[in-house]
Design a protein around this ligand. Structure first.
Ligand code: GLA
Length: 394
């Protein structure tokens, strides 16, 4: 048996279908169709908001946005995944006026206007192919595809500098409108990803380095498992971890945990829960450095060990794992994976396993069987092949 994979489709074909849907829904042509990918983080979890480094890569699963300006100030937003069309006014898109999935669309339009980008009324139709609630950044994919589309509406040339501004606008939308105080990793990878590369992202100064990573060419795969266990960044757990880290930094008298040069000495000063949180951040920052070396030298068994150690730290010190994620990691290890870990914010969502290509089916089947034995819903599987970042497709 080989377990079915979550489909992602051909970008051009999805774009053509979306353009068709736009025409039939709105009654005219969109000015274009813009796409932005979901992501997994290879390593460096819960370090972005501590100014550390992380190593995300884009998935082939992406969100598509078709849009056109209107002559009036109305905004109409439709998602092919939802039943109704949301309607509002472009001048009234503030933090208190929208919630749910619309917050990620309208919130970006609001934040870009706050950044000085004037927008007309809009017709927007979106189609998300990133599994929602899977911890694969469906929200950043939505925000960033909308942001690129809005730049085209505003007639702007999207250079590197503007992409950085869009990251900030999308983070503002997510934090101030959707209510999830995320750290920026997801928006950076959505806007700066390159195919066949992971992105080494330094969240202290937002500098980036592309790190070549084409797993299939090395006979390994990154198997992504959506546990279907609920994952949400605006229900308190994520915010609580952030404030624990802020508290650790405050006690240590530093602006962020990244500034600590002697982690051992710092841990001697901290106690209890706050100490465990800081220990995760310090050890995870060190693991990112190791993992980049392992990736560059194709040392996949070493990289697998780094994944395993990261998971233990997230589970025991940071306490953001859950039984479903732990089962994926443990089962993958028993059936031939070189290493595995939860990825993203945690509290449910997805895990990644580094697996020799010939063992992918065996690992998937064993994980699916483990879920069935526990009476849990079937997990979803996909292969994490490093994909392109946000762009115009049509
Ligand atoms: C979520 C957030 C990111 C990051 C990760 C944890 O994905 O959106 O900013 O904090 O969790 O690494």
């Amino acid at each position: 048996m080989s377990t079915a994979r979550i489909p992602f489709g051909e970008p051009e074909q999805i774009a053509d279908e979306l353009v068709e849907r736009f025409r039939s829904t709105v009654g005219r042509d969109p000015i274009g169709c813009f796409v932005a990918p979901g992501r997994v983080n290879l390593i460096g979890e819960h370090v972005d908001y501590n100014n550390g480094k992380c190593l995300p890569m884009a998935l082939p699963h992406a969100t598509y946005t078709a849009l056109a300006p209107r002559d009036d100030r109305q905004v109409r937003i439709t998602s092919l995944q939802q039943q109704e069309t949301w309607e509002g006014q472009v001048d009234e898109l503030g933090p208190d006026d929208v919630d749910g999935w619309v917050a990620y669309v309208a919130g970006v339009a609001w934040a870009m206007q706050a950044d000085g980008i004037a927008l007309p009324g809009l017709d927007i139709v979106v189609d998300s192919r990133v599994p929602v609630g899977a911890g694969l950044s469906s929200s950043a994919a939505l925000e960033c595809s909308v942001a690129l589309g809005l730049c085209a509406v505003a007639g702007l040339d999207v250079d590197h500098e503007l992409r950085r501004r869009l990251v900030n606008a999308c983070m503002r939308a997510e934090t101030e409108v959707a209510g999830a105080p995320t750290g920026g990793m997801d928006q950076m990878i959505a806007l700066f990803a390159e195919a066949d590369h992971a992105l080494l992202l330094d969240c202290r100064d937002w500098s980036t380095q592309q790190v070549a990573w084409a797993p299939a060419a090395h006979d390994v795969e990154l198997l992504v498992v959506d546990t279907r266990a609920s994952h949400s960044l605006n229900d308190g757990g994520y915010r609580a971890r952030r404030s624990d880290c802020d508290e650790a930094a405050r006690v240590l008298g530093v602006e962020s945990l990244r500034e600590v040069s002697d982690a051992e000495a710092a841990l001697g000063v901290l106690d209890g829960r706050i100490r465990r949180r800081a220990r995760h951040v310090f050890t995870e920052m060190a693991r990112v450095e190791e993992a980049v070396g392992q990736l560059r030298s194709s040392d996949y068994s070493g990289l697998g060990h780094s994944f395993d150690a990261s998971h233990v730290s997230l589970r025991d010190d940071f306490e953001v794992s859950c039984p479903e994620l732990d089962l994926v990691v443990e089962t993958a290890g028993q059936h031939g994976a070189l290493g595995a870990r939860m990825t993203g914010g945690g509290f449910g969502g997805s895990a990644i396993a580094l697996v020799p290509s010939e063992s992918v089916d065996q690992v998937s089947d064993a994980v699916a069987a483990g879920f069935a034995e526990n009476g849990w819903p079937d997990p979803g599987f996909l292969l994490g092949r490093p994909s392109e970042g946000a762009r115009q497709v049509r």
